[in-house]
Design a protein around this ligand. Structure first.
Ligand code: HEC
Ligand code: HEC
Length: 166
């Protein structure tokens, strides 16, 4: 059924009211200031002052991995290392054939495998851009809380304890 002409002003009024009231309903949250652990109390519309960048840890000591398939974090600086279609600075040291000279850990076999697990002669395109998975670290205070427990500790927990397997 088409709305008769007399309904049209009323419909228009409803639409107008919705338009005016809906943003107001969201306003209290903004007024209280949404506090986000990383953003802080800065209102959404304002730009917060960027925190200072911490210096990259450059101790050359390999760090613990938190689980077997974790990409290890980078224990050295990577400032200005070129990684593009012409050259991969990381592979200049981390390639199988460069290990003797550089004493860098060669990239593991998974880096040569395509998605069907075929082992290629060269680093697989899906592992070419190293910093997609490997990142340097800074000695900074964590921005958000973290209750991660290593699976080795989980296995040692007494049966029935929180997070144990039985
Ligand atoms: C000049 C040689 C060199 C270059 C270039 C280089 N690395 Fe390294 N890398 C090393 C050496 C040597 C180590 C062993 C620890 C150390 O001495 O820092 C290492 C360690 C690592 C580790 C730790 C491995 C583990 O098992 O803990 C990762 C990850 C890594 N590098 C990633 C990279 C990435 C990604 C790049 C490029 C952005 C890169 N490296 C560029 C020499 C290099
Ligand atoms: C898609 C994610 C991904 C990319 C991209 C990637 N890696 Fe890895 N890397 C991993 C994972 C996961 C591991 C640990 C398990 C393994 O060996 O596969 C690892 C392990 C390593 C190790 C330690 C090897 C060992 O035997 O202990 C080195 C060194 C490394 N990567 C360097 C590199 C370099 C250099 C590049 C770029 C050419 C690169 N990775 C690209 C995920 C990645």
């Amino acid at each position: 059924m088409k709305p008769s002409r007399s309904w049209i002003p009323l419909l228009a009024l409803c639409a107008l009211l919705l338009g005016v009231l809906a943003p107001q309903a969201a306003a209290p949250a903004r007024a209280q200031g949404l506090v986000d652990a990383m953003r802080g109390p800065t209102p959404i519309a304002n730009e917060p002052k960027a925190p200072l960048l911490y210096p990259t840890e450059n101790k050359d000591i390999r760090r613990n991995r938190n689980y077997t398939m974790q990409p290890p974090t980078i224990p050295h600086k990577i400032d200005g290392y070129q990684v593009d279609k012409d050259f991969n600075r990381c592979m200049f040291c981390h390639a199988r054939t460069r290990t003797e000279e550089t004493q860098a850990i060669p990239v593991s076999i998974t880096h040569y495998m395509d998605r069907h697990n075929n082992v290629l002669a060269e680093v697989s395109p899906r592992r070419y851009f190293c910093t997609q998975c490997h990142v340097p670290q800074a000695d900074a205070k964590p921005l958000v809380g973290n209750t991660f427990v290593d699976v080795e500790q989980l296995l040692k927990r007494k049966p029935g304890a929180k997070g144990s397997s039985n």
